[in-house]
Design a protein around this ligand. Structure first.
Ligand code: SPV
Ligand code: MN
Length: 617
């Protein structure tokens, strides 16, 4: 045991009986050279200490409402940092055109040099968590080393405790580990942003992340663990997905059916998972495993939400809004603070025109170095809280069995092609739909917004295995199930010629109820070249019953028309992309060809480019 670990902390580590964990901790004490090392167990007292330290150190500041704190990330660290994220690979190995890699030896040498002495003057925290519910087949143990109290505090909110779990590992080396340092700070935000690194080392199940604070970059258990788990799942027989899990109620509010859903970031994922009337199990990452009864079971990897706060208001997202405006443990990130109260874009209340935000002291009209006006909060500003603090938390969220999944929803951000909702023609066609998600880029990652990007299963940012292997495993997962989930596609972002959205934000409730009803065969559907779409009469009734809204034939026709030229163009684009990848399963190209044939045949039969849904009946 390292001589720098005092008696009390030494006892905590010895109780783990895990030589590999001790070896890792010793190694990074030697390398990072902290002034002090503190081991945090599952005890409430120690977690409270962590929360207090985050405030004492200035990484968080208390707000007026009891339990609320604010944390800021550097102005240049407001989202996932894709440019500095790499998968370390042995020489000569290739993954996919999509995946940024780096020679493993070079990457390790580089990051070890940055880590050398990085914690001088700081305290190293050693924390233990469990990914997935504890004591279940989903559980993965994780060891976190960090010098950020904010990261430790966030993880305490977002993940289940893992110290006791580590004891039960009986010395096994089968766990993930994460090494994080925020590096040098000024006004409590990172300054060495040119030395940011996020390196995934699959061989050792470890991730290095330095000179950052934004949780998507710094919190090991979140998107960094997602990558390690994707690697693990693809060698085994389960799926690790960038998916929410939600319990959808039928139109009478009597039956609850569990769905998962994958949407690229900032494309309506959390609001779909949190729709009023439904229950939330998880909003970001799910593990899916085959159950003994033939269903797929899904578990939430997390116990909290690191959610986007932009546009959270009383009208659109009541449960979250209520949780954010009442007393409880909440960390706010990168929003405006005035007189101890948080304000953000789209909160539905008038905001003051000065205060402190992600740019420091702020007054309305303030510009950044590039001359752009700084908004009151960042578009990717976030909040962190526990799911069980929400009034729509599902009671079985922590069930070690997970929940049985009847449906999977894939969504993208597309203004002119896909219909609002459609059911796949079977598992393989559904996998094809998921694999061909396209979306416009958003503020969730650093860089330009609004470019169309191909994002298979909304998981491409996190893929660390070849795309072909990932798709093959998806196909196999469904084939092996006796009762595979029904796959649906949604698109909330269709626009008319005037550039206005064709649907309200709240319309997604109708699409969800329809999907829930479809898996129980409550509604009929119309077969089109892209899949099965709703009947007008069913939607009219659902709009009226669930939203008290009129839904005209004209609206239906506009939204559910099959736009053949746009759909064919998409297929050409995607075919070119997939042809450049190695080992894409034959089944994928069969689906693509069949989809193209169906579109061409429909164009011929109906003699037009844009076919009304009524023409297919
Ligand atoms: C996302 O962008 O998909 C998020 C937030 O869930 S982050 O933690 O940054 O990945
Ligand atoms: Mn996410």
């Amino acid at each position: 045991m390292h001589k720098q670990i005092d008696k009390e902390n030494r006892k905590k580590l010895e109780a783990l009986n895990n030589p590999k964990a001790i070896e890792i901790i010793n190694h990074y004490i030697d390398l990072c050279k902290p002034d002090k090392v503190t081991v945090i167990t599952d005890s409430k007292k120690e977690k409270n200490w962590l929360r207090k330290k985050a405030v004492e150190a200035g990484e968080e500041a208390p707000l007026k409402m009891h339990g609320h704190t604010i944390h800021y990330d550097s102005y240049y660290d407001q989202a996932r940092d894709k440019d500095n994220t790499r998968v370390l690979l042995p020489k000569g190995k290739k993954l996919s055109e999509y995946i940024e890699t780096l020679d493993r030896d070079d990457g390790l040498a580089d990051v070890m040099q940055i880590l050398d002495g990085i914690m001088r003057g700081k305290e190293m925290l050693v924390l233990f968590f469990c990914l997935g519910p504890v004591d279940s087949k989903f559980s993965i143990a994780a060891l976190q080393i960090t010098d950020s109290y904010y990261v430790g505090h966030s993880e305490d909110i977002l993940y289940r405790p893992g110290y006791e779990m580590f004891k039960k590992l009986n010395g096994s080396e089968d766990f993930f580990h994460f090494i994080h340092s925020a590096g040098r700070l000024e006004n409590n935000v990172c300054i060495d942003i040119d030395k940011r690194r996020i390196f995934m080392d699959l061989e050792e199940n470890r991730v290095f992340t330095v000179n950052n604070q934004y949780a998507g970059n710094s919190v090991g258990l979140k998107k960094l663990a997602l990558r390690l788990a994707i690697n693990k799942s693809n060698k085994e027989d389960w799926l690790c997905e960038h998916m929410f899990i939600t319990g959808i109620r039928d139109i009478d509010g009597k039956r609850t059916t569990y769905f998962t859903g994958a949407f690229p970031s900032l494309c309506g994922k959390t609001s779909t998972a949190m729709l009023p009337g439904n229950t939330i199990v998880g909003d970001d990452i799910a593990y899916l495993r085959p159950g003994e009864d033939g269903f797929a079971y899904a578990a939430n990897v997390e116990q909290g939400i690191f959610g986007v706060i932009m546009d959270i208001n009383e009208k659109d997202d009541l449960s979250i809004y209520k949780a954010l405006t009442t007393e409880r443990e909440v960390i706010f990130n990168n929003v405006l603070i005035n007189d101890g109260m948080p304000y953000w874009i789209g909160m539905g209340r008038e905001a003051p025109d000065n205060g402190v935000n992600h740019s420091g002291e702020w007054i309305k009209g303030k510009k950044d170095k590039a001359g752009n006006e700084i908004s009151i909060s960042h578009k990717n500003a976030r909040f962190t809280l526990r799911i069980n603090e929400l009034d729509n938390a599902d009671p079985v969220s922590d069930d070690p069995k997970g929940v049985p999944i009847h449906g999977i929803i894939y969504g993208g951000r597309d203004s002119d092609t896909n219909v609002p909702v459609c059911q796949s023609l079977g598992w393989a066609h559904g996998v094809f739909i998921g694999a061909t998600i396209e979306s416009e880029t958003t503020a969730a990652t650093l860089g330009k917004e609004g470019d169309t990007k191909h994002d298979p299963m909304a998981n491409i940012d996190f893929l660390v295995v070849p795309l072909g292997l990932y798709i093959k495993n998806h196909l196999k997962f469904g084939e092996d199930l006796a009762l595979d989930p029904t796959i649906f596609a949604t698109n909330y972002f269709l626009k008319g010629k005037d550039g206005k959205f064709l649907n309200d934000k709240t319309d997604k409730k109708v699409w969800l109820i329809w999907m829930e009803g479809r898996v129980h065969e409550d509604y009929k559907a119309i077969e089109t070249p892209v899949g099965l779409i709703p009947l007008y009469d069913d939607l009219k009734e659902l709009f009226s019953k669930s939203l008290k809204k009129k839904y005209s034939k004209k609206e239906y026709e506009h939204q559910f028309s099959i736009r053949i030229p746009n759909l064919l163009k998409r297929l050409d684009r995607l075919e070119a992309i997939f042809k450049r990848e190695d080992d894409i399963p034959e089944m994928f190209f069969i689906q693509l060809d069949e989809q193209r044939q169906r579109l061409n045949q429909a164009r011929k039969k109906h003699g037009k480019d844009v076919i009304s849904p009524f023409d297919f009946q």
